[in-house]
Ligand binder design. Structure first.
Ligand SMILES: [Zn+2]
Length: 327
């Protein structure tokens, strides 16, 4: 049953992603979607709603869609909606909660909704998104998750404490961190004395390079591959007290509950002085085996969703992927 649900979820992304700029014919698409999934397979209490595009807002709509189908995140947002029922102050989080609530309480199973209030708030809060240009879905996801976490932290502290503490103390993890935060470890091994120094770093998503004829698994292997620091890039070893050749690698120390992967589809070309789009096909498995963790040789993650502007061009397979840990 679980597998079936996963497939249903992926199909559900098609209306928004496939036709990210056209929601007009949603009524007809909707019934087609119900037929495609099959009524008996349609999960009870699940709603598949496309979001109306307000002029190149597909980057935001696709992020919203994927976050909605990221169940742990959705549940927390809906709980928040219940907690702040009578709050008058409008934040990006209250707008998100209203939108999720509106999807979750629809009578119909499929259809289209207008995320106008959310988009208006996003444009008002961040001038970067305050225009009608194509934007980066990854930046939008990042901004949204960090803003939600900041709002939750501020609300937890209360106004008094905020003034006293400022940003000196490290904030308690919020549910955004509990869902998406993992830890990376940067290891550097001195090739002269073999001593290893390591430094941990928290992340909400991982950005991986896109190569030709590749898969997500391969992108992650490359991400954690060993790099040799030599010639002018030598590393200062604290033990040797001098610059030495060293090997550097990055591994996942703690996997998040949901692993968000960002495919770097825009590459800066120095000779052109601009970014070009890397449209290589990237194969993604429904089950991801991770080999670059230090906890377990083969941790399995389950595919969750693709927030991306999937174009008609079939070589494009998204910008961001979500995988959920089995545990
Ligand atoms: Zn050394």
């Amino acid at each position: 049953m679980r597998d079936k649900l996963q497939i249903a979820k992926i199909s559900a992304f098609k209306p928004t992603l496939g036709a990210c700029c056209a929601v007009g014919g949603m009524g007809a698409n909707a019934s087609q979607l119900e037929k495609d999934i099959g009524l008996e397979q349609f999960p009870t209490n699940e709603h598949y709603f496309g979001f109306v595009n307000f002029g190149n807002t597909c980057y935001c709509n696709s992020v919203l869609q994927a976050l909605y189908f990221c169940r742990p995140f959705r549940e927390k947002v809906l709980q928040y909606k219940q907690q702040v029922k009578n709050q008058k102050k409008e934040t990006l989080l209250t707008c998100l909660a209203d939108l999720f609530h509106s999807v979750a309480t629809q009578k119909k199973k499929v259809g289209a909704l207008s995320p106008k209030k959310f988009i208006t708030k996003l444009r008002k809060e961040n001038e970067h998104f305050d225009n009608y240009m194509q934007q980066d879905a990854h930046e939008c996801l990042n901004y949204l998750l960090n803003t939600v976490a900041d709002i939750l932290t501020a609300e937890k502290k209360g106004p008094q404490e905020q003034e006293n503490n400022g940003s000196h103390t490290k904030a308690d993890p919020t549910w955004v961190h509990e869902i998406f935060q993992g830890t990376l470890t940067n290891e550097t091994r001195c090739l002269n004395c073999e001593s290893v120094s390591s430094k941990d770093e928290d992340f909400l998503d991982l950005s991986v390079d896109v190569l030709q004829n590749t898969s997500i698994t391969h992108c992650l292997r490359v991400f954690s591959s060993t790099e040799t620091l030599c010639t002018e890039h030598k590393y200062y070893c604290e033990v040797c007290c001098s610059k030495q050749e060293a090997q550097k690698r990055m591994r996942v120390k703690k996997l998040p509950q949901i692993l968000a992967l960002h495919l770097k589809r825009f590459k800066y070309m120095e000779h052109l002085s601009r970014y070009i789009k890397v449209s290589h096909r990237v194969v993604f498995p429904l089950e991801l085996r991770l080999f670059n963790t230090i906890i377990d040789a083969s941790q399995i993650e389950e595919f969750y969703g693709v927030p991306s502007d999937l174009q008609k061009n079939s070589t494009e397979t998204g910008y961001i992927f979500f995988y959920q840990s089995r545990e």
